[in-house]
Ligand binder design. Structure first.
Ligand SMILES: [Zn+2]
Length: 481
């Protein structure tokens, strides 16, 4: 059959345009949903063990699997620009699988495209809810669930993964231990290991619980988080605007994906902290929001992303916002950053004013490409260093980054990428009396102006007198008084 269809074309492309009745029947007789999804290796981004890229079904279920636990590796591991790396494959895959690849997909090569999913239930290879539903019509609510689980603009493999967790088809430790008693039934997520059930791994275990709570608390979702389906549904059932709803719909799939990735990484002896899981989830949510809504400047923490999504609620702020000078004996440091892209060429600035609103110093510096949050932290650190040198001991730091304020005040956990900056700020706070407060953009116009001035100046500057400041800056200082 393969010889007949695969002479001139990539085999995976050939068959879905049609094929013999035999092949069709073969497909239709397979019971599980992911076996109707085929990945055509192009960029190597599909999962070695959990995607169906060889037409043998997901390899973790394949009887010839030589391994009993399956790392989260992508096909890229084996696919090079010159073709398959059979030597490398031999260390991980069984002879039967390698033969399958050699025989039927021998001419695949690594390209810069993503792997292509083919839905094998339609002749076009395009996924349709209808065909999938027909496959599974016996199960209740399938139609509804498909609508939610298949999230557009999310990597396809992540949605597929969400589906397999939902439909309870998962090789967690207690299942694997049934097949092979040598395998431990214990989890890798708790300080006192427990039996790794599906529910434990994805919801109840210590790691899972912390991750879910991180996301639900900022999103305002309240629940007990004991069952997977019930928790996922809480996310789907949120009411409100379209944008947060779309993101909330994608969140469960993303969290499940990275919990699984963590679990497999840890089983292989590497470390994978809860913060890293959160970092990875955030990254994917960021990309999703970029694709879906075309946002350019997306904050790097989840609570801020929620705030950004919430900003699109049609509401009107009536509060009047302005800058206020500090009390006598205090200095106020306003900080800001400006960047072209996140990350991208960035600049930071701080300015110090006294209780009369008079400028003491303004400094702007070009910094290496970094994220908004890192830049904010650097601006604050430099401002405090300056105050330390000048013996200004009572400082109010004002920034328009609410995230930074929350982190410095210990309300939010610090992401690892700003941890260094934050801890050096905190060390300086032991020497000075520092209050950190939030200011809306309207109250931070001078610092904003100075940060952008770095780009206009094409370089660093320091003004220590009012006279040196360009006219626009002078105007802002006067208006703030
Ligand atoms: Zn556990």
């Amino acid at each position: 059959m393969w010889n007949k269809y695969c002479k001139k074309q990539i085999p995976t492309l050939v068959q879905w345009r049609g094929g013999t009745q035999v092949w069709k029947n073969m497909l239709e007789n397979r019971a599980c949903i992911e076996q109707f999804l085929l990945w055509e290796p192009k960029g190597g981004s599909s999962s070695v063990w959990y995607g169906n890229w060889t037409k043998l079904g997901p390899l973790y279920l394949h009887h010839s699997a030589v391994q009993t636990c399956h790392p989260m590796i992508d096909v890229e591991r084996f696919l090079k620009e010159t073709g398959w790396d059979y030597v490398n494959m031999q260390q991980q895959l069984s002879e039967a699988v390698i033969n399958q690849v050699r025989l039927h997909m021998g001419h695949a090569m690594l390209t810069d495209q993503g792997d292509k999913p083919w839905w094998t239930k339609t002749s076009s290879g395009k996924f349709s809810v209808k065909t999938a539903w027909e496959l599974l019509r016996k199960k209740e609510e399938v139609n509804e669930i498909f609508k939610y689980i298949w999230v557009k603009d999310l990597p396809f493999k992540v949605s597929v993964f969400g589906w397999s967790v939902w439909s309870n088809r998962f090789p967690v430790a207690i299942v694997m231990a049934n097949w092979n008693p040598i395998i431990s039934q214990l989890c890798r997520c708790c300080s006192v290991p427990m039996r790794e059930t599906l529910e434990h791994l994805f919801i109840k275990g210590e790691v899972a619980n912390r991750v879910w709570r991180h996301y639900t608390s900022a999103a305002g979702i309240i629940g007990s988080f004991i069952q997977i389906k019930q928790t996922i549904k809480l996310w789907w059932d949120t009411t409100g605007n379209a944008r947060p709803k779309l993101v909330f719909q994608a969140i469960p799939n993303i969290i499940l994906w990275f919990l699984w990735k963590r679990r497999n990484t840890v089983i292989h002896g590497e470390s994978y902290s809860v913060s890293k899981v959160i970092w990875d989830v955030n990254n994917m949510v960021q990309k999703f929001m970029m694709c879906r809504f075309g946002y350019k400047d997306i904050p790097s923490t989840w609570p801020l992303m929620v705030a950004l999504l919430d900003d699109f609620r049609p509401c009107f702020k009536t509060s009047c916002v302005r800058w206020y000078p500090p009390h006598e004996g205090w200095w106020k440091v306003n900080t800001d950053e400006a960047s072209k892209g996140n990350p991208g060429p960035s600049a930071i600035a701080f300015c110090v004013r006294d209780n009369n609103g008079d400028l003491v110093v303004a400094k702007g510096v070009k910094i290496p490409d970094s994220t908004n949050l890192t830049a904010e932290a650097m601006a604050i650190r430099k401002g405090l260093i300056y105050c330390c040198e000048k013996n200004y001991t009572h400082i109010i730091v004002e920034t328009d980054s609410l995230a930074m304020v929350h982190m410095l005040n210990g309300v939010w956990d610090t992401p690892w990428n700003v941890a260094l900056e934050i801890s050096s700020i905190n060390r300086m706070r032991e020497l000075l009396t520092v209050r950190v407060q939030h200011s809306l953009r309207e109250g931070n116009t001078l610092a904003d102006y100075f940060a952008n001035l770095v780009f206009d100046f094409a370089g660093n500057y320091e003004f220590t007198t009012y006279q040196e400041v360009p006219n626009i800056g002078k105007n802002i200082i006067n208006m703030d008084k």
